[in-house]
Design a protein around this ligand. Sequence first.
Ligand code: AHR
Length: 522
Amino acid sequence: MKESKRRGGIGKPGILLMVGLLSAAAWPAQLTIRADQPKDTIAPEIYGHFSEHLGRCIYDGIWVGEDSPIPNIRGIRTDVLEALKALNIPVLRWPGGCFADEYHWKEGIGPRDRRPKMVNTHWGMVTETNAFGTHEFLDLCELLGCQAYIAGNVGSGTVEEMQDWVEYMTFDGDSEMANLRRANGREKPWKVKYFGIGNENWGCGGNMTPEYYSDLFKRYATYVRNYSGNQIVKIACGPGGIDYNWTEVVMKNCHRHMDALAQHYYVRGTGTWGPNEKGSATQFDEKEWFALMKNSLEVDEVIRKVKEIMDKYDPRKRVALFVDEWGTWWDAEPGTNPGFLYQQNTLRDALSAGIFLNIFNRHCDRVRMANIAQTVNVLQAMILTEGNKMVLTPTYHVFEMYKVHQGGRLLPTELTCEDYGFNNQKVPALHVSASKGKDGAVYVSICNLNPNQPAPLNCNVEGFKIGSATGRVLTAETMQAHNTFEKPNTVKPAPLDGIQVKDGKISLTLPARSVSVLKIVQ
Ligand code: AHR
């Protein structure tokens, strides 16, 4: 029997110990939570979202228009709004993605029937009506009670256009842009906290070198002004996946001018990036399950290396790391437009989300925002819609369960657990993060990556007198389980039974292929 030991909860290579006789029964994992050593605050923005003008994310998914028979508030569908509100969404990024660098904001203001149409060249060459623009997006943010994160156009837009946009949204005084906003029905400026200077400018945002982008970043960022008390967090474009050279060059050249560096990180089963090799969202076997678990865990190492580079230029950690696009990316659902990136979402996606969020929590000293891609009907969505119907995905439930970490203090963890092996590879079977909530409770999120074996767990909390513990669990009969419009509740959270508290320690069993969140109180 092999024991894999993970200390500090941040995935150092395991220490293998041969401990006697082979046995089929799982030995209890041991988790120690250090409530006596609270670390940084877990920024609520780690639980952020991203909505692009892509496929049916904005149109159908969020915006149906005021005249739609689908119930809506000023054109925004009510069912989706209510479901998103239940997640306490802290921040929403818009309008792209790749769309951001061909978006000209002035086409999306004023009377809707007079807004010019454009071609969405990145996503299916469809006609973009511009019905959903700046006012509609900021109205959505106000309805959700979240911060706005706007991605500006560097690839095909001008400096003046970007400057005007910020002035239009945020200036309270007498100016052409502020008066144009008023003429379009909004007297008071909005608060816009986050502004991205381009998106993926190494690719769809202009195919630039990091040196060229650095110069453009500084030029554009100069004119992104703080008007009328609005304080903008300026975000520089970072790499997609692994490109440490991009990170190095942009940090070296621009760290004094930026408040955050973006990083994108998508995962899929086999880890290959061929155009048609992403694999099916729902038809997969254990090899693909294992590959996704392993690929998801690897983001930890990537963040570590990015942090090392950032530490070199910004040892005081003034500049945040925003993982402002992340998630699983599968082949589009058969029968749908491949340019719309519509995919189903199974228990496998939920496990991947649980791992990512644990990792972001554990790196909260530098990672201060993350935005899963995307909110509705695109990639690893929270919500799928079809006409007036809506279904919540397993990933939605992970966000709902994990929201207790928002704004808590990270607690270090020491975990000793079995490995989950497949063929001749292995990963630790359990993955965890913990926080001390503002309400004084300790919250622990634990993923059991093993699709076949439940995991008994003993847990103690240093510096905290355990009174009682409760839990919720997300699991299902199969790895491929997902929610459909016909069966929307196949995967949904349930109470985690069998939690025992004795002599100040907790024992429980985590079901195979599950995501659990425990609440421990004094
Ligand atoms: O989220 C889909 C696309 O993925 C975004 O538009 C782009 O930024 C990334 O490549």
